[in-house]
Design a binder for this molecule. Structure first.
Ligand SMILES: [Zn+2]
Length: 225
């Protein structure tokens, strides 16, 4: 049976916090389908404890068309920090990524999904896109309504260990009806590892579903909304 195609579906796959599984598990699969994706890196976590991406892996991802986004240096929440500390978190990560990967990020993701006015000012000065950690919920009729539509608060759906493939299918249907960008937020792709680790088998099922639906995949720096 041929499934109905949904060329209206626009999807961005994001992997937060630089888990090595983005390279070891997601990259080989996505490469088969020629799907680009993005990682949001906190530079202090790179090469940490064998669980995180190496600089070499990040360079390979960048060469393969993945977007490398800034997720601060230390991964602490920026909300409530003085402007100088915010600037330090952004610029340190920016400099390290430029030096070690050879690209200057234009997209940012807020640690813990938190921001305030100072954070927004600092982010607006450096980046053209910033991804929120929340804002898509299968129960809301149209997402992004929590904030004014802004390229500095792009809603995303946090994929949890408990997220079923059917739930993603519902989001697809929504995105198709509304024309909204579906940004999926993954962390580790692993069978073990807490509420944010997503099992590889289910990850593969999600990718197959999106491909079957004719989703158009891109990265945030390519998206206009
Ligand atoms: Zn994070």
């Amino acid at each position: 049976m041929v499934k109905e195609k949904a060329p209206c579906l626009r999807v961005v796959l994001t992997f937060d916090d630089g888990y090595a599984s983005a390279y070891r598990v997601a990259f080989p699969l996505l490469r088969e389908y020629r799907i680009p994706a993005m990682v949001f890196i906190s530079t202090a976590l790179v090469e940490k404890d064998g669980q995180r991406l190496s600089w070499a892996a990040l360079r390979e991802l960048a060469r393969a068309g993945w977007e490398i986004g800034n997720h601060t240096h230390s991964h602490r929440s920026l909300k409530g920090l003085p402007p100088r500390a915010i600037e330090e978190e952004l610029s340190r990560a920016q400099a390290l990524i430029a030096e070690r990967v050879g690209v200057t990020p234009t997209s940012f993701a807020y640690p813990m999904g938190e921001w305030d006015a100072n954070v927004l000012l600092a982010v607006a000065a450096r980046f053209t896109r910033a991804r929120a950690a929340w804002g898509i919920d299968r129960d809301t009729p149209r997402w992004g309504m929590w904030w004014p539509q802004s390229p500095l608060a792009i809603p995303s759906f946090p994929v949890r260990r408990t997220t079923a493939v059917e739930e993603i299918a519902q989001l697809d249907a929504h995105a198709c009806r509304t024309g909204d960008l579906l940004v999926l937020q993954f962390h580790d792709i692993a069978d073990e590892g807490g509420p944010w680790a997503y099992p590889p088998a289910r990850f593969r099922a999600v990718v197959r579903l999106l491909v079957e639906q004719g989703a158009r995949f891109s990265v945030l720096k390519e998206e206009r909304r």
